[in-house]
Each structure stands twice: as C-alpha cells, then as structure tokens.
Design a protein around this ligand. Structure first.
Ligand SMILES: Cc1cc2nc3c(=O)[nH]c(=O)nc-3n(C[C@H](O)[C@H](O)[C@H](O)COP(=O)(O)O)c2cc1C
Length: 323
C-alpha cells in the first residue's frame, strides 16, 4: 500500500504506533518500525533528556528503519525540559516527531530547521486546521473512542474523519479505535492516509509491559472503559478498575469543587507500578474502547502482516464483490 503517509515518513505500511507513557520504549518502537510501520518512543517517560538520548540509541541498535519520538505538551507548573528533549532527539538523528497536547507552534521552527517532520495529534477539526496552518506535515485525528485523552468534544471517528477529510490539505491518519484490517480499510475509505494505534500495540509480545496488562486487554470488552477527569476538563479514557471506581466516586461527591489534588492518589506516578509491576489496580491507566476487539497477543510483525494481508483481501474481495 502506498499512501501520502507512507511517502511522507518513508515507511512500508500506513500504520503508526502512537506515543504511550511507559509503553513507548525502544523495544516497542523498534518492533513496529522493523515490521514496516512507524514506531514512536515516548519522550516524557524518560525522566531526563539524557535518558531519552540513551533510549533512542538503544532503538537504533534494534532497527535501522525510521523511528519517531512523541513530545506531549501538558499544562504543568514546572514544565519538563522540552529544549533538552528536542536536542536529544535531534542528536539521535530522529526525523519524525509526534506532538500532542497543547499547540506545538513554539517548537516547530527548531524542529523544521533540523529537517524533522511533525505529525500533530488532535481531537478536533479546528485543532487539525490550526496544526496545518502553523506548518505541521500531517495530523493524527484522535476520535472519542481513543485510549488516553479524547478531548472534550466527544466526536467519534465515524464523523470526525470525514470532517477532517473535507477540511484538511495535509495528510492525516485515523487514531482511536483502530484494531485490524477492517479499521484500516474503513479509514482509508473515509479519507485518512493510514492509521495510528495505541491500545492494540500494548497487547503484543514485544510491548514492554507486564503480562497482566496484556491479559487485561484480551479480557476487556468495549464496555469496560471509563472517562475520568471530565470535571477538570482533562478527560482521559481508562480501563475500569477499583482505583477508577474510587476516583469516579470522588468526582461525583465533589462535583464542581474537585481539584487535581483530590484524585492524585489514583493518577499520579501510577504508571510504573501498573506497566512494569503489573499492579493493575494501582491507579488509572489509558485504554481505548478498542480493547473489545483485542482477542490475542501476537508479535508486532504478526499483527501488522495480518492487518496488511487482510486489508488487501477486503479491498480485492468483499469491496470489489459488492460492485
Ligand atoms: C497506555 C497509554 C498511554 C498513552 N500515553 C500517551 C502519551 O504519553 N502521549 C500521547 O500523546 N498519547 C498517549 N496515548 C494515546 C495514544 O498515543 C493513541 O493516540 C491512542 O491510544 C489511540 O487510541 P487507541 O488506544 O484506541 O488506539 C496513550 C495511550 C495509551 C493506551
């Protein structure tokens, strides 16, 4: 398959692995890139720019294919050392950056001067248009189904993707709810040039997370995610568990008066315990509705090869057959 996204990023298949906190390590990114997709290392999971530098170097020993780095811009009282992280990825020869969260405009000149292509992840057409206007090369359009932060507009991909196609000139990939060949063919039909997956890639052999996490994804259905932090306008889709139920009770009890500090126990610093130790109830962790479509734990290559061969079969068989 050749699309504007495979051309832009010089990859074989139009499949991207989105940045994932405490999942997007070298092992994950390299496995996806080596299988012909675009793997992405999550910068902020590395505590310092020096550690990011080492993680990129490690990925380089695992694949010579393009890899990307995710830079998530969050509102924070003490912002992370973004200039340091950007220096580290430039020095590491990274040529693709996935930005997410706040508007990346401030950092674009530096990235562009260094020949880096930028794909911005956003959850609204107006944000995608802004990304296009400020010079991003592509966008990742993240629907309401997605794991992580779906924004506050609640527009599912069935509407969001054709809307994006109607407005954008730069290429975009569909993100949120993508699991298999059916996802890929459907979003190509809606005008996307490929797809971005998060949750599905967590349930692969190479994903550097505890087996409990992978088994939980196989066991979960499409009914098992919850939206947290809605009253704080920082909505996150997570897998339901004891901590999430406690958090939702707190939200209900405190109403509009809730502050971030009231739910700190359920969200702050919980990722290492969940992803590395497999303590699934240690706190809230991002997961998409797509968990309902995850039935197995293949290798990344098996997953990507299966998606590509089944996509071809759908296009040549089922779709041609209906004409
Ligand atoms: C465990 C987990 C952690 C994530 N962490 C980040 C992150 O740090 N930065 C980011 O931009 N997106 C993050 N995401 C969102 C993904 O990059 C991707 O946009 C999303 O998972 C797509 O939806 P899907 O899960 O339905 O595939 C995370 C998603 C998951 C499941």
């Amino acid at each position: 398959m050749k699309t504007r996204i495979t051309e832009l990023f010089d990859i074989q298949h139009p499949i991207i692995q989105g940045g994932m906190h405490f999942v997007g390590f070298a092992e994950m990114a390299a496995a996806v890139s080596e299988a012909g997709g675009l793997g992405i290392i999550t910068a902020l999971t590395q505590r310092t720019p020096e550690l990011l530098r080492a993680e990129i170097a490690k990925a380089r020993t695992m694949t010579s294919k393009p890899i990307g780095v995710n830079l998530t811009f969050l509102p924070a009282t003490t912002p992370p050392d973004y200039p340091g992280y950007i220096d580290a990825l430039i020095d590491g020869g990274v040529k693709i950056v996935e930005t997410a969260g706040n508007n990346p405009q401030k950092w674009l000149p530096l990235l562009k001067e260094n020949g880096i292509k930028v794909i911005h992840k956003c959850t609204a057409v107006r944000h995608a248009l802004k990304a296009e206007a400020i010079g991003c090369d592509a966008v990742s359009v993240d629907g309401f189904e997605c794991g992580g932060h779906p924004g506050e507009d609640d527009v599912p991909n069935m509407i969001l993707l054709p809307r994006a196609a109607d407005e954008l000139k730069i290429p975009f990939v569909a993100s949120g709810g993508m699991a298999d060949a059916r996802s890929l063919v459907a979003v190509l039909a809606m005008g996307a040039q490929g797809m971005n997956m998060g949750t599905r890639f967590m349930a692969t052999k190479e994903a550097p997370v505890h087996d409990n996490v992978k088994q939980a994804l196989v066991a979960a259905s499409e009914l098992d995610t919850r939206l947290i932090m809605r009253p704080l306008r920082n909505t996150e889709r997570v897998l339901n568990n004891a901590a999430v139920e406690r958090l939702l009770e707190t939200e209900k009890a405190m109403g509009d008066k809730i502050e971030f500090k009231d739910i700190l126990g359920e969200v702050a610093g919980v990722y290492p315990r969940i992803m590395q130790n497999g303590e699934l109830d240690a706190g809230a962790w991002s997961c998409g509705m797509v968990a309902g479509l995850i039935y197995d734990i293949p290798t990344v290559k098996e997953l990507i090869d299966r998606i590509m061969s089944e996509a071809e079969a759908i296009i040549r068989g089922r779709l041609m057959g209906v004409l």
